[in-house]
Design a protein around this ligand. Structure first.
Ligand code: FES
Length: 62
């Protein structure tokens, strides 16, 4: 079984994070692991939509 990898585009750059624990939130990754402390938590209850993540495949890329 392959190690879980999280890959996303952040400010136009592809960020690849290997071995991401399934319980780690994107907010924790951005703030605590990558140091992007300007990223803030919204309501933390599923009401405001601030934590919405768009999932897509990059056309012709990795
Ligand atoms: S933080 Fe408000 S919906 Fe996720």
């Amino acid at each position: 079984m392959n190690a879980p990898i999280l890959q996303f585009v952040w400010h136009g750059e592809i960020v690849t994070l290997p071995n991401v624990p399934p319980t780690r939130t994107l907010l924790q990754l951005l703030r605590e692991d990558l140091g992007h402390s300007a990223t803030k938590e919204g309501c933390n209850e599923g009401d405001c939509g601030a934590c919405t993540v768009v999932l897509a495949e990059q056309k012709g890329g990795t």
